[in-house]
Structures are given as structure tokens and as C-alpha cells.
Write a protein that binds this ligand. Structure first.
Ligand code: NAD
Length: 359
């Protein structure tokens, strides 16, 4: 089942954990440790089946390898999922059991927050393992809530794309539709509104949508319609796999740039977007602000301002991907994957050479 899974694609290892007492069921996928310890958060979600959980963790961990490589971080890619409802099933004993699983990797995997796992949970994991990041911020050191940094990176990616595709240097008068106004979406709306954009928002959580509407003078639309609004940019900031071959024809925007991981249901949707003249800034290129924060926090000795200066680099990284994509009429996700994969492959070769020399 695992080897044949579509998403398996070259994973170094996949580990399944079960702790009877706490009812923990978790999967940890390490896609690559070529560039360094596999880093990527832990998601807790009431997956409909083991297969769905496995598919999610595999897709997410591979994405983390690419994201970390593209961001120039000395980390590989991994991810973990806990099967369960974070509102109902998350207990201290379950988190502690999971923390012991992470400790067992001896530092080959470093975890952090993701959907369903927050800062308070990370503090519990930290009682069982050293290999966690995304802990409460201490003073002016790197760390703390990554969402504002992720949002700023997405905003910079949008700026680069707007300049390249629309030839405009400002968001003044532009229309942006944001799907999901949670932690990242909310901060993104704030940045866009301050820059002069008008907003359309949607969230399955009515209170979140209403808050964004009130604070940013945004129009609320239905969550399943927001991507197809007549706007300049759509920003998926909720869940993954929202763009598929079945729905790209309905997009009216010129640009797709958002924070959600794995926005394309399948890689070939990138080519479909390009053929339709829609510029897609690959999710992992623009949403790396959060992992930059977690990575510098984990390394230690970095200040929060170091994280912000790294996040600033997302503007240039986005250009490095979008420029050849536009020039050569190639799907931007393919260009990005090629750059990331070449860095991972080069690191793997260097490691192999070192091992051969040492033996
Ligand atoms: P969040 O849970 O705070 O916000 C997500 C929001 O989307 C919630 O308000 C939720 O109600 C809403 N939502 C869920 N399904 C929806 C739907 N079908 N339509 C509209 N709204 C829907 O999460 P977040 O931290 O803001 O992250 C958003 C996305 O960005 C996630 O995919 C996450 O994996 C990704 N991401 C987040 C970070 C970070 O720093 N938090 C970093 C990189 C990537």
C-alpha cells in the first residue's frame, strides 16, 4: 500500500505509531534528510481513513523538502499527522506519547505546529522531546507565532507576481479574493488592505469572515465560490488541493498566490493554469515565512529581526521562479520543483561522496 501510493515518490522513511493507552495513531514521513534534519509540522485531523492520512502526510512531507530547499534552509523535509479530532481527541497523554515518538528519531525529524496543533501543544511535546520548534517566543529571539511572517512572505510573492504579470508596482485599486481568513489569511488581508487593495473574503467559520469584513471593508462570499470571483488575484489560504483540472476553467483571476500548502490537486494543474494565462506562484515558494521562523528558532542564536530579513528574501526567490516561467512559458510549479530538486540531489551526492571517503 505504501510503496504504491502515488505520493510516496522517493520517501526515505515512513513510520506508523500506535499507543494503546493514549489512543495515539500517528504517521511520520521523512521525505529527505539530504540537506539536514527533516523539518515540518504536525497536523491533527479526523482523517476519513488511514489511506487519506497517509496520502496527506506523504504529500506534505515532500512539499516540506522542496520548501526548505527553495528557502535555502539547512533542513530536509518531513511531516507528521495524528489521526483524530483536535477538539475532541487531543489529550496531554496523547501529545506526550507523540512527543516520545519524535524523540525516538534522535533529531532526524523536527516538528512544529500545523492545523490542529498549536503553541500550547508544542509546549507539551517539548516536555518529552528536544526536537520541536514553534515554541513560545522568548524576548526578541526568533520564534513565536509564524502566521504574520507567512502572510508577509505571501504578500511579497504577490508583489513580485503583480509586477511581472500585470506590470504594476502597487496594489492600489486591485481586487483580491482570500479563501480562509484564519491566522495567515487575516494578516494577509491586513497587509493588502493597507496597500490599497479591495477584498473579497470567505471562511467556513462565519465569525472569522465577519471579522475580516468589518476590519477590512471586505465583501463576504460563499467559501466554494470565492476562488471564482472576478478579481485580479485569488489567494487560497485555507486547505490544499483546491485547484483541480475540473475547476481551473472557472477561474477569472490573472494570478493565484496564497498560503495554503499543496494548492494544486495534481502537478499537471500547474500546466493547465499556465495555458490559461494564469500565473500561479507556487505555494511553497511564497509561504516559507513560517518555516523560516521555526528553523531559525530551532537553530538558536537568532533574533526575530533575522527571521524578518530572511522572509524579505521571498520577493527575490519568487522572481527567480516566475521570471523563467513567464519567459519560457513553463508552469511555475515545474520551474520551482526543478530548482528545489536540484539542490536536494546535489546535497545527496555530496553526502554520498563524504560517506565513501569516510569508509
Ligand atoms: P487556520 O486554521 O488559522 O486558518 C484556516 C482558515 O480557513 C480557518 O479560518 C478555517 O475556518 C478556514 N477554512 C477551512 N476550510 C475552508 C473552506 N473550505 N473555505 C473557506 N475557508 C475555510 O490556518 P492558518 O495557519 O491560517 O493556515 C492557512 C493555510 O496556510 C493552511 O493550509 C496551512 O497549512 C498553510 N500554512 C500556514 C502557515 C502558518 O504560518 N500558519 C505556514 C505555511 C503554510
Amino acid at each position: 500500500m505504501v510503496f504504491r501510493a502515488d505520493a510516496f515518490r522517493n520517501h526515505e522513511s515512513v513510520s506508523f505509531f500506535h499507543d494503546e493507552e493514549s489512543r495515539l495513531e500517528a504517521i511520520v514521513a521523512l521525505h529527505s534528510t539530504a540537506l539536514g534534519p527533516a523539518a515540518g509540522g504536525c497536523r491533527m485531523w479526523p482523517y476519513a481513513s488511514e489511506e487519506v492520512a497517509l496520502e496527506d502526510v506523504l504529500r506534505l512531507s515532500r512539499g516540506m523538502s522542496f520548501k526548505n530547499a527553495m528557502a535555502g534552509l539547512p533542513f530536509g523535509g518531513g511531516k507528521s499527522v495524528i489521526v483524530g479530532d483536535s477538539q475532541r481527541d487531543k489529550t496531554e497523554s496523547l501529545l506526550r506519547a507523540f512527543g516520545r515518538c519524535i524523540e525516538g528519531f534522535g533529531g532526524r525529524y523536527v516538528t512544529a505546529e500545523d492545523v490542529g496543533i498549536g503553541e500550547a501543544d508544542i509546549e507539551i511535546l517539548a516536555q518529552e522531546t528536544r526536537y520541536v520548534s514553534g515554541r513560545r517566543q522568548r524576548g526578541a529571539s526568533a520564534g513565536g507565532n509564524p502566521a504574520p511572517k507567512t502572510a508577509f512572505g505571501v504578500f511579497l510573492g504577490m508583489r513580485a507576481a503583480v509586477e511581472l504579470k500585470l506590470g504594476r508596482s502597487s496594489f492600489e485599486g486591485m481586487k483580491v479574493a482570500v479563501q480562509g481568513v484564519g491566522q495567515v489569511g487575516y494578516h494577509l488581508c491586513k497587509l493588502l488592505r493597507s496597500a490599497g487593495a479591495s477584498l473579497v473574503v470567505a471562511d467556513v467559520n462565519t465569525a472569522s469572515a465577519e471579522r475580516a469584513a468589518a476590519e477590512f471593508d471586505a465583501r463576504i462570499v460563499a467559501p466554494d465560490e470565492v476562488l471564482f470571483e472576478a478579481v485580479d488575484i485569488v489567494a487560497p489560504c485555507a486547505l490544499g488541493a483546491v485547484l483541480s483540472r475540473d475547476n481551473v476553467a472557472r477561474l477569472k483571476a490573472a494570478l493565484v498566490i496564497g498560503a495554503a500548502n499543496n494548492q494544486l490537486a495534481t502537478d499537471d494543474v500547474g500546466a493547465e493554469l499556465m495555458q490559461r494565462g494564469i500565473l500561479y506562484a507556487p505555494d511553497y515558494v511564497v509561504n516559507a515565512g513560517g518555516i523560516m521562523s521555526a528553523a531559525l528558532e530551532y537553530q538558536g542564536g537568532h533574533a526575530d529581526k533575522d527571521v524578518w530579513s530572511r522572509v524579505n528574501g521571498i520577493y527575490e526567490t519568487t522572481r527567480r521562479v516566475l521570471l523563467p516561467a513567464l519567459r519560457e512559458e513553463r508552469a511555475a510549479n515545474e520551474v520551482a520543483d526543478e530548482i528545489a530538486l536540484s539542490r536536494i540531489t546535489a546535497a545527496r551526492r555530496r553526502n554520498d561522496t563524504k560517506l565513501r571517503r569516510a569508509s
